[in-house]
Design a protein around this ligand. Structure first.
Ligand SMILES: Nc1ncnc2c1ncn2[C@@H]1O[C@H](COP(=O)(O)OP(=O)(O)OP(=O)(O)O)[C@@H](O)[C@H]1O
Ligand SMILES: [Mg+2]
Length: 451
Protein backbone atom coordinates (compact mmCIF):
# COMPACT_ATOMS: atom_id res chain seq x y z
CA UNK A 1 0.00 0.00 0.00
CA UNK A 2 1.33 3.34 -1.03
CA UNK A 3 0.02 4.88 2.24
CA UNK A 4 2.76 3.15 4.25
CA UNK A 5 5.27 5.34 2.42
CA UNK A 6 3.58 8.66 3.18
CA UNK A 7 5.92 9.49 6.04
CA UNK A 8 9.04 9.32 3.92
CA UNK A 9 7.45 10.71 0.81
CA UNK A 10 6.02 13.80 2.40
CA UNK A 11 9.47 14.79 3.69
CA UNK A 12 10.03 15.85 0.10
CA UNK A 13 7.60 18.73 0.71
CA UNK A 14 10.41 20.97 1.86
CA UNK A 15 12.11 20.86 -1.48
CA UNK A 16 9.36 20.98 -4.05
CA UNK A 17 6.53 23.20 -5.16
CA UNK A 18 3.98 20.48 -5.75
CA UNK A 19 3.66 16.85 -4.70
CA UNK A 20 1.23 14.27 -6.00
CA UNK A 21 0.89 10.62 -5.00
CA UNK A 22 -1.18 8.16 -6.95
CA UNK A 23 -2.07 4.61 -6.00
CA UNK A 24 -1.58 1.51 -8.15
CA UNK A 25 -4.79 2.32 -10.05
CA UNK A 26 -3.57 5.78 -10.95
CA UNK A 27 -5.98 7.49 -8.58
CA UNK A 28 -4.76 10.54 -6.70
CA UNK A 29 -4.26 9.93 -2.97
CA UNK A 30 -2.43 13.11 -2.15
CA UNK A 31 -2.03 16.32 -4.11
CA UNK A 32 -0.60 19.45 -2.57
CA UNK A 33 0.79 22.62 -3.96
CA UNK A 34 3.20 24.41 -1.63
CA UNK A 35 4.20 27.39 -3.71
CA UNK A 36 1.96 30.06 -5.13
CA UNK A 37 1.44 29.66 -8.86
CA UNK A 38 -0.88 30.72 -11.65
CA UNK A 39 -3.41 28.25 -10.30
CA UNK A 40 -3.98 26.73 -6.91
CA UNK A 41 -4.71 23.05 -6.57
CA UNK A 42 -7.61 22.14 -4.33
CA UNK A 43 -6.50 18.83 -2.89
CA UNK A 44 -9.97 17.69 -1.87
CA UNK A 45 -11.30 18.10 -5.36
CA UNK A 46 -8.58 16.03 -6.92
CA UNK A 47 -8.61 13.05 -4.54
CA UNK A 48 -9.78 9.87 -6.23
CA UNK A 49 -9.36 11.34 -9.72
CA UNK A 50 -6.64 10.58 -12.24
CA UNK A 51 -3.94 13.14 -13.11
CA UNK A 52 -5.54 13.28 -16.58
CA UNK A 53 -8.79 14.45 -15.02
CA UNK A 54 -7.13 17.16 -12.94
CA UNK A 55 -4.86 18.31 -15.78
CA UNK A 56 -6.93 17.73 -18.92
CA UNK A 57 -4.02 18.48 -21.26
CA UNK A 58 -2.31 15.28 -20.10
CA UNK A 59 -2.78 11.99 -21.92
CA UNK A 60 -1.77 8.46 -20.99
CA UNK A 61 1.36 8.98 -23.04
CA UNK A 62 2.35 12.30 -21.48
CA UNK A 63 1.28 11.77 -17.87
CA UNK A 64 4.48 10.86 -16.04
CA UNK A 65 2.48 9.20 -13.23
CA UNK A 66 0.69 7.01 -15.71
CA UNK A 67 3.99 6.07 -17.35
CA UNK A 68 5.54 5.30 -13.98
CA UNK A 69 2.67 2.91 -13.19
CA UNK A 70 2.43 1.33 -16.60
CA UNK A 71 6.09 1.08 -17.59
CA UNK A 72 7.87 1.53 -14.26
CA UNK A 73 9.46 4.58 -15.80
CA UNK A 74 11.30 7.25 -13.81
CA UNK A 75 11.16 10.78 -15.16
CA UNK A 76 13.83 13.23 -14.13
CA UNK A 77 13.61 16.97 -14.47
CA UNK A 78 11.37 16.90 -17.48
CA UNK A 79 9.59 20.08 -18.44
CA UNK A 80 5.90 19.59 -18.48
CA UNK A 81 2.94 21.80 -19.13
CA UNK A 82 0.01 21.48 -16.78
CA UNK A 83 -3.36 22.91 -17.54
CA UNK A 84 -5.77 23.32 -14.62
CA UNK A 85 -9.07 25.20 -14.72
CA UNK A 86 -8.01 26.75 -18.02
CA UNK A 87 -4.73 28.13 -16.67
CA UNK A 88 -1.41 26.82 -17.84
CA UNK A 89 1.90 26.45 -16.01
CA UNK A 90 5.24 24.97 -16.93
CA UNK A 91 6.90 22.81 -14.32
CA UNK A 92 9.94 20.64 -13.94
CA UNK A 93 8.64 17.20 -13.21
CA UNK A 94 10.37 14.35 -11.42
CA UNK A 95 8.27 11.22 -11.09
CA UNK A 96 9.13 7.77 -9.92
CA UNK A 97 7.28 4.53 -9.32
CA UNK A 98 7.11 3.13 -5.81
CA UNK A 99 7.98 -0.52 -6.02
CA UNK A 100 7.30 -3.13 -3.40
CA UNK A 101 8.29 -6.76 -4.00
CA UNK A 102 8.62 -6.10 -7.71
CA UNK A 103 5.16 -4.64 -8.03
CA UNK A 104 4.47 -1.02 -8.76
CA UNK A 105 2.16 0.06 -5.94
CA UNK A 106 1.96 3.72 -6.79
CA UNK A 107 3.85 6.70 -8.12
CA UNK A 108 5.13 9.94 -6.69
CA UNK A 109 5.29 13.02 -8.82
CA UNK A 110 7.04 16.17 -7.72
CA UNK A 111 6.94 19.45 -9.52
CA UNK A 112 9.01 22.56 -9.29
CA UNK A 113 7.91 25.74 -10.88
CA UNK A 114 10.33 27.05 -13.46
CA UNK A 115 11.02 30.31 -11.59
CA UNK A 116 12.03 28.67 -8.32
CA UNK A 117 14.05 25.98 -10.00
CA UNK A 118 16.48 28.63 -11.16
CA UNK A 119 17.38 29.66 -7.67
CA UNK A 120 17.36 26.28 -6.00
CA UNK A 121 19.62 23.59 -7.26
CA UNK A 122 17.98 20.54 -8.72
CA UNK A 123 17.85 17.84 -6.12
CA UNK A 124 17.58 14.25 -6.87
CA UNK A 125 14.29 13.27 -5.33
CA UNK A 126 14.39 9.71 -6.50
CA UNK A 127 17.22 9.01 -4.04
CA UNK A 128 14.84 9.50 -1.15
CA UNK A 129 12.39 6.69 -1.58
CA UNK A 130 13.15 4.68 -4.66
CA UNK A 131 15.61 1.92 -5.16
CA UNK A 132 15.95 3.05 -8.75
CA UNK A 133 19.29 4.15 -10.04
CA UNK A 134 19.69 7.74 -9.09
CA UNK A 135 22.71 9.13 -10.90
CA UNK A 136 22.69 9.58 -14.58
CA UNK A 137 23.49 6.50 -16.58
CA UNK A 138 27.08 5.91 -17.56
CA UNK A 139 28.64 3.95 -20.41
CA UNK A 140 29.26 1.03 -18.05
CA UNK A 141 25.49 0.74 -17.50
CA UNK A 142 25.01 -0.23 -21.13
CA UNK A 143 24.88 -4.01 -21.15
CA UNK A 144 25.90 -6.17 -24.07
CA UNK A 145 29.03 -7.14 -25.97
CA UNK A 146 27.65 -7.70 -29.45
CA UNK A 147 29.37 -5.83 -32.24
CA UNK A 148 26.48 -3.38 -32.32
CA UNK A 149 26.90 -2.51 -28.65
CA UNK A 150 30.68 -2.33 -28.85
CA UNK A 151 30.39 0.16 -31.68
CA UNK A 152 27.76 2.10 -29.74
CA UNK A 153 29.99 2.37 -26.68
CA UNK A 154 32.95 3.38 -28.79
CA UNK A 155 30.90 6.12 -30.42
CA UNK A 156 29.58 7.41 -27.09
CA UNK A 157 33.11 7.53 -25.80
CA UNK A 158 34.26 9.48 -28.87
CA UNK A 159 31.41 11.99 -28.98
CA UNK A 160 31.62 12.69 -25.26
CA UNK A 161 35.02 14.29 -25.89
CA UNK A 162 33.44 17.00 -28.03
CA UNK A 163 30.63 19.49 -27.58
CA UNK A 164 29.04 19.02 -30.99
CA UNK A 165 25.38 18.20 -31.36
CA UNK A 166 24.48 14.54 -31.62
CA UNK A 167 21.59 12.79 -33.29
CA UNK A 168 20.54 9.47 -31.77
CA UNK A 169 18.15 7.24 -33.55
CA UNK A 170 16.66 3.96 -32.53
CA UNK A 171 13.32 2.24 -32.11
CA UNK A 172 11.29 2.51 -28.96
CA UNK A 173 12.92 0.98 -25.88
CA UNK A 174 16.38 0.54 -27.42
CA UNK A 175 18.05 2.78 -24.85
CA UNK A 176 18.20 6.26 -26.41
CA UNK A 177 17.78 7.98 -23.05
CA UNK A 178 20.51 5.74 -21.64
CA UNK A 179 22.84 6.75 -24.48
CA UNK A 180 22.07 10.46 -24.09
CA UNK A 181 22.73 10.34 -20.35
CA UNK A 182 25.93 8.34 -20.86
CA UNK A 183 27.23 10.97 -23.26
CA UNK A 184 26.53 13.66 -20.68
CA UNK A 185 28.07 11.76 -17.79
CA UNK A 186 31.25 10.90 -19.69
CA UNK A 187 31.71 14.46 -20.86
CA UNK A 188 33.33 17.40 -19.13
CA UNK A 189 29.79 18.77 -18.68
CA UNK A 190 28.90 16.08 -16.15
CA UNK A 191 28.79 18.49 -13.21
CA UNK A 192 26.37 20.80 -15.03
CA UNK A 193 22.72 20.18 -15.73
CA UNK A 194 21.23 17.58 -18.01
CA UNK A 195 17.73 18.58 -19.04
CA UNK A 196 15.62 16.09 -20.89
CA UNK A 197 12.72 17.39 -22.93
CA UNK A 198 10.30 15.28 -24.88
CA UNK A 199 9.22 17.50 -27.76
CA UNK A 200 6.05 15.50 -28.33
CA UNK A 201 4.86 16.17 -24.79
CA UNK A 202 4.57 19.94 -25.12
CA UNK A 203 2.17 21.95 -27.30
CA UNK A 204 3.96 23.61 -30.23
CA UNK A 205 2.88 27.05 -29.14
CA UNK A 206 4.70 26.70 -25.85
CA UNK A 207 7.89 25.14 -27.04
CA UNK A 208 9.54 28.42 -27.97
CA UNK A 209 9.06 29.96 -24.53
CA UNK A 210 10.20 26.74 -22.90
CA UNK A 211 13.35 26.69 -25.00
CA UNK A 212 14.26 30.35 -24.92
CA UNK A 213 12.34 31.85 -21.98
CA UNK A 214 10.23 34.97 -21.75
CA UNK A 215 10.58 38.53 -20.46
CA UNK A 216 7.93 40.35 -18.50
CA UNK A 217 5.74 42.19 -20.94
CA UNK A 218 2.90 44.62 -20.40
CA UNK A 219 0.94 43.29 -23.35
CA UNK A 220 1.83 39.65 -23.32
CA UNK A 221 1.30 39.11 -19.61
CA UNK A 222 4.40 36.93 -19.66
CA UNK A 223 6.72 36.59 -16.69
CA UNK A 224 10.48 36.81 -16.55
CA UNK A 225 11.36 33.23 -17.08
CA UNK A 226 14.48 31.45 -18.27
CA UNK A 227 14.21 28.82 -20.96
CA UNK A 228 15.91 25.46 -20.82
CA UNK A 229 18.84 26.76 -22.86
CA UNK A 230 19.66 29.18 -20.07
CA UNK A 231 18.92 26.64 -17.37
CA UNK A 232 21.23 24.11 -18.94
CA UNK A 233 24.04 26.56 -19.65
CA UNK A 234 27.29 24.64 -19.42
CA UNK A 235 25.41 21.34 -19.55
CA UNK A 236 23.41 19.21 -21.96
CA UNK A 237 19.88 19.33 -23.35
CA UNK A 238 18.35 16.10 -24.57
CA UNK A 239 15.56 16.72 -27.07
CA UNK A 240 13.63 13.51 -27.44
CA UNK A 241 11.31 12.91 -30.41
CA UNK A 242 12.60 15.96 -32.21
CA UNK A 243 10.72 14.78 -35.32
CA UNK A 244 7.47 15.77 -33.65
CA UNK A 245 8.65 19.37 -33.36
CA UNK A 246 6.96 21.89 -35.58
CA UNK A 247 9.18 22.81 -38.60
CA UNK A 248 9.32 26.53 -37.83
CA UNK A 249 10.48 25.71 -34.30
CA UNK A 250 13.13 23.45 -35.80
CA UNK A 251 14.40 26.49 -37.71
CA UNK A 252 14.62 28.50 -34.48
CA UNK A 253 16.40 25.66 -32.76
CA UNK A 254 18.89 25.44 -35.61
CA UNK A 255 19.56 29.16 -35.35
CA UNK A 256 20.20 28.89 -31.61
CA UNK A 257 22.57 25.98 -32.12
CA UNK A 258 24.49 27.77 -34.86
CA UNK A 259 24.73 31.15 -33.19
CA UNK A 260 25.16 29.74 -29.67
CA UNK A 261 22.86 32.52 -28.50
CA UNK A 262 19.29 32.72 -27.31
CA UNK A 263 16.85 35.59 -27.05
CA UNK A 264 13.97 35.42 -24.60
CA UNK A 265 10.59 36.07 -26.13
CA UNK A 266 9.75 39.74 -25.70
CA UNK A 267 13.37 40.78 -25.33
CA UNK A 268 15.77 42.27 -27.84
CA UNK A 269 18.85 41.18 -25.99
CA UNK A 270 20.47 37.91 -26.83
CA UNK A 271 22.45 35.87 -24.36
CA UNK A 272 25.44 33.70 -25.08
CA UNK A 273 24.88 30.13 -24.06
CA UNK A 274 26.98 27.02 -24.04
CA UNK A 275 24.84 23.91 -24.22
CA UNK A 276 25.32 20.65 -25.96
CA UNK A 277 22.30 19.41 -27.86
CA UNK A 278 21.56 15.71 -28.06
CA UNK A 279 18.50 15.00 -30.19
CA UNK A 280 16.69 11.70 -30.65
CA UNK A 281 14.29 10.29 -33.22
CA UNK A 282 12.58 6.91 -33.12
CA UNK A 283 12.48 6.41 -36.88
CA UNK A 284 15.09 6.57 -39.58
CA UNK A 285 16.10 10.25 -39.89
CA UNK A 286 16.08 10.07 -43.68
CA UNK A 287 12.46 8.92 -43.54
CA UNK A 288 11.75 11.86 -41.23
CA UNK A 289 13.12 14.22 -43.88
CA UNK A 290 11.20 12.57 -46.69
CA UNK A 291 7.96 12.71 -44.76
CA UNK A 292 8.62 16.36 -43.88
CA UNK A 293 8.94 15.79 -40.16
CA UNK A 294 12.46 17.07 -39.99
CA UNK A 295 14.17 19.97 -41.72
CA UNK A 296 17.07 19.01 -43.91
CA UNK A 297 19.27 21.82 -42.63
CA UNK A 298 18.69 20.77 -39.02
CA UNK A 299 19.40 17.19 -39.94
CA UNK A 300 22.71 18.14 -41.56
CA UNK A 301 23.64 20.21 -38.53
CA UNK A 302 22.94 17.32 -36.17
CA UNK A 303 23.99 14.39 -38.25
CA UNK A 304 27.75 14.88 -38.31
CA UNK A 305 27.62 12.91 -35.10
CA UNK A 306 25.00 10.28 -35.52
CA UNK A 307 24.47 7.33 -33.25
CA UNK A 308 22.23 4.46 -34.15
CA UNK A 309 21.02 2.31 -31.29
CA UNK A 310 20.45 -1.17 -32.68
CA UNK A 311 17.19 -3.01 -31.96
CA UNK A 312 17.41 -6.11 -29.77
CA UNK A 313 16.47 -8.46 -32.63
CA UNK A 314 19.73 -7.46 -34.36
CA UNK A 315 21.85 -8.33 -31.37
CA UNK A 316 20.31 -11.38 -29.82
CA UNK A 317 23.75 -12.54 -28.68
CA UNK A 318 23.36 -9.94 -25.92
CA UNK A 319 20.35 -11.76 -24.48
CA UNK A 320 22.30 -13.88 -21.94
CA UNK A 321 24.13 -10.86 -20.59
CA UNK A 322 20.96 -8.76 -20.42
CA UNK A 323 19.19 -11.63 -18.75
CA UNK A 324 21.86 -11.95 -16.05
CA UNK A 325 21.82 -8.21 -15.57
CA UNK A 326 18.07 -7.94 -15.07
CA UNK A 327 17.88 -11.12 -12.95
CA UNK A 328 20.47 -9.59 -10.62
CA UNK A 329 18.54 -6.32 -10.41
CA UNK A 330 15.19 -7.93 -9.70
CA UNK A 331 16.59 -10.59 -7.35
CA UNK A 332 17.63 -7.80 -5.05
CA UNK A 333 14.52 -5.70 -5.70
CA UNK A 334 12.02 -8.49 -5.16
CA UNK A 335 14.24 -10.25 -2.64
CA UNK A 336 14.21 -13.67 -4.29
CA UNK A 337 16.86 -15.90 -5.75
CA UNK A 338 16.29 -16.75 -9.39
CA UNK A 339 19.29 -18.37 -11.03
CA UNK A 340 18.24 -18.46 -14.67
CA UNK A 341 15.68 -19.56 -17.25
CA UNK A 342 14.75 -22.99 -18.59
CA UNK A 343 16.06 -24.04 -22.03
CA UNK A 344 12.55 -23.67 -23.40
CA UNK A 345 12.25 -20.08 -22.16
CA UNK A 346 15.71 -19.31 -23.48
CA UNK A 347 14.65 -20.58 -26.92
CA UNK A 348 11.54 -18.40 -26.82
CA UNK A 349 13.66 -15.39 -25.89
CA UNK A 350 15.99 -16.11 -28.81
CA UNK A 351 13.16 -16.61 -31.29
CA UNK A 352 11.00 -13.67 -30.33
CA UNK A 353 11.78 -10.44 -32.14
CA UNK A 354 11.20 -8.02 -29.24
CA UNK A 355 9.40 -5.12 -30.92
CA UNK A 356 9.54 -3.18 -27.61
CA UNK A 357 13.28 -3.89 -27.39
CA UNK A 358 15.15 -3.77 -24.07
CA UNK A 359 12.21 -2.19 -22.27
CA UNK A 360 10.01 -5.11 -23.27
CA UNK A 361 12.74 -7.59 -22.37
CA UNK A 362 13.27 -6.01 -18.98
CA UNK A 363 9.54 -5.96 -18.23
CA UNK A 364 9.19 -9.57 -19.34
CA UNK A 365 11.99 -10.74 -17.04
CA UNK A 366 10.60 -8.73 -14.14
CA UNK A 367 7.11 -10.07 -14.61
CA UNK A 368 8.29 -13.68 -14.98
CA UNK A 369 10.42 -13.40 -11.84
CA UNK A 370 7.36 -12.34 -9.89
CA UNK A 371 5.49 -15.43 -10.99
CA UNK A 372 8.33 -17.95 -10.78
CA UNK A 373 7.77 -20.72 -8.26
CA UNK A 374 11.22 -22.27 -8.50
CA UNK A 375 14.74 -20.94 -8.99
CA UNK A 376 14.34 -21.16 -12.73
CA UNK A 377 11.97 -19.14 -14.88
CA UNK A 378 9.70 -21.56 -16.72
CA UNK A 379 7.49 -21.06 -19.75
CA UNK A 380 4.34 -20.72 -17.65
CA UNK A 381 5.89 -17.74 -15.81
CA UNK A 382 6.08 -15.71 -19.01
CA UNK A 383 3.43 -13.08 -19.68
CA UNK A 384 0.57 -14.47 -21.74
CA UNK A 385 0.78 -11.63 -24.24
CA UNK A 386 4.32 -12.65 -25.12
CA UNK A 387 3.45 -16.33 -25.41
CA UNK A 388 0.50 -15.56 -27.66
CA UNK A 389 2.58 -13.40 -29.96
CA UNK A 390 5.34 -15.95 -29.93
CA UNK A 391 3.02 -18.84 -30.70
CA UNK A 392 1.17 -17.08 -33.48
CA UNK A 393 4.48 -16.11 -34.99
CA UNK A 394 6.04 -19.55 -34.79
CA UNK A 395 2.89 -21.19 -36.10
CA UNK A 396 2.62 -18.75 -38.93
CA UNK A 397 6.24 -19.31 -39.87
CA UNK A 398 5.52 -23.05 -40.01
CA UNK A 399 3.36 -22.41 -43.05
CA UNK A 400 6.29 -21.49 -45.22
CA UNK A 401 6.35 -18.60 -47.61
CA UNK A 402 3.39 -19.53 -49.86
CA UNK A 403 0.42 -17.25 -50.33
CA UNK A 404 -2.53 -16.99 -47.95
CA UNK A 405 -4.66 -19.56 -49.77
CA UNK A 406 -1.87 -22.11 -49.58
CA UNK A 407 -1.33 -21.39 -45.91
CA UNK A 408 -5.06 -21.66 -45.13
CA UNK A 409 -5.21 -24.96 -47.05
CA UNK A 410 -2.25 -26.31 -45.10
CA UNK A 411 -3.85 -25.29 -41.85
CA UNK A 412 -7.19 -26.85 -42.84
CA UNK A 413 -5.52 -30.13 -43.70
CA UNK A 414 -3.51 -30.17 -40.44
CA UNK A 415 -6.60 -29.31 -38.44
CA UNK A 416 -8.71 -32.10 -39.97
CA UNK A 417 -5.90 -34.58 -39.31
CA UNK A 418 -5.48 -33.42 -35.74
CA UNK A 419 -9.19 -33.99 -35.03
CA UNK A 420 -9.37 -37.37 -36.75
CA UNK A 421 -7.64 -39.31 -33.99
CA UNK A 422 -9.66 -42.38 -32.84
CA UNK A 423 -12.76 -41.56 -34.87
CA UNK A 424 -15.14 -44.43 -35.56
CA UNK A 425 -16.82 -42.92 -38.59
CA UNK A 426 -16.63 -39.92 -40.91
CA UNK A 427 -19.92 -38.68 -39.46
CA UNK A 428 -18.22 -38.49 -36.10
CA UNK A 429 -15.38 -36.45 -37.60
CA UNK A 430 -17.84 -34.12 -39.36
CA UNK A 431 -19.52 -33.58 -36.02
CA UNK A 432 -16.24 -32.86 -34.27
CA UNK A 433 -15.38 -30.30 -36.91
CA UNK A 434 -18.92 -28.96 -36.87
CA UNK A 435 -19.29 -29.14 -40.67
CA UNK A 436 -21.61 -31.16 -42.92
CA UNK A 437 -20.64 -34.61 -44.16
CA UNK A 438 -20.68 -33.41 -47.79
CA UNK A 439 -18.34 -30.60 -46.92
CA UNK A 440 -16.02 -33.05 -45.13
CA UNK A 441 -16.00 -35.41 -48.12
CA UNK A 442 -15.15 -32.54 -50.40
CA UNK A 443 -12.23 -31.50 -48.20
CA UNK A 444 -10.90 -35.06 -47.85
CA UNK A 445 -10.80 -35.31 -51.59
CA UNK A 446 -9.29 -31.89 -52.02
CA UNK A 447 -6.42 -32.74 -49.65
CA UNK A 448 -6.17 -36.40 -50.78
CA UNK A 449 -6.77 -37.60 -47.24
CA UNK A 450 -7.54 -41.28 -46.75
CA UNK A 451 -8.87 -41.61 -43.26
N1 LIG B 1 22.02 -1.83 -23.24
C1 LIG B 1 21.24 -1.74 -22.16
N2 LIG B 1 21.63 -2.28 -21.01
C2 LIG B 1 20.84 -2.21 -19.92
N3 LIG B 1 19.65 -1.63 -19.88
C3 LIG B 1 19.20 -1.06 -21.00
C4 LIG B 1 19.97 -1.08 -22.20
N4 LIG B 1 19.27 -0.44 -23.15
C5 LIG B 1 18.13 -0.04 -22.58
N5 LIG B 1 18.08 -0.40 -21.29
C6 LIG B 1 16.94 -0.20 -20.37
O1 LIG B 1 15.77 -0.30 -21.14
C7 LIG B 1 14.80 0.67 -20.77
C8 LIG B 1 14.46 1.53 -21.96
O2 LIG B 1 15.54 2.39 -22.30
P1 LIG B 1 15.33 3.92 -22.74
O3 LIG B 1 14.27 4.57 -21.92
O4 LIG B 1 16.67 4.57 -22.76
O5 LIG B 1 14.78 3.68 -24.23
P2 LIG B 1 14.35 4.73 -25.34
O6 LIG B 1 15.06 4.35 -26.58
O7 LIG B 1 14.56 6.11 -24.83
O8 LIG B 1 12.81 4.42 -25.52
P3 LIG B 1 11.61 5.37 -26.06
O9 LIG B 1 11.82 5.56 -27.52
O10 LIG B 1 10.38 4.56 -25.79
O11 LIG B 1 11.69 6.64 -25.29
C9 LIG B 1 15.41 1.41 -19.61
O12 LIG B 1 14.95 0.81 -18.44
C10 LIG B 1 16.90 1.21 -19.78
O13 LIG B 1 17.55 1.27 -18.56
MG1 LIG C 1 13.16 7.68 -24.45
Amino acid sequence: MIETYYDIITKIENFVDGLMIVDENGLIKYNKQFAKGPFQIDEKQSLGKTPMEVFPNLTEETSTCYRALKYGETTKNQLQTLNHNGVEITVLDTTFPVIEKGKVIGAVSTTRFMETSLTNDFIDLSTMTSSHKTDFYEISDIMGSSEGIQLLKYKIHKVSKTSSSVLIYGETGTGKELVAQSIHSSSSRRSSRFISQNCAAIPHTLLESIFFGTTKGIYTGAENKPGIFELADGGTIFLDEINSMDLSMQAKLLKAIEEKKVTRIGSSESKKIDVRIIAAVNENPLDCINSNKMRKDLYYRLSSLQIKVPPLRERKTDIPELLDHFIKIFNSEIDINITGVSDEVYDIFKRYDWPGNIREFRNTVESAMNFATSETIEKQDLPETLLNKEISRSHASGYGYGNLNEAVAKFEKDFILSRSKDIKSLSELAERLDISKQSLNYKLKKYSLNL
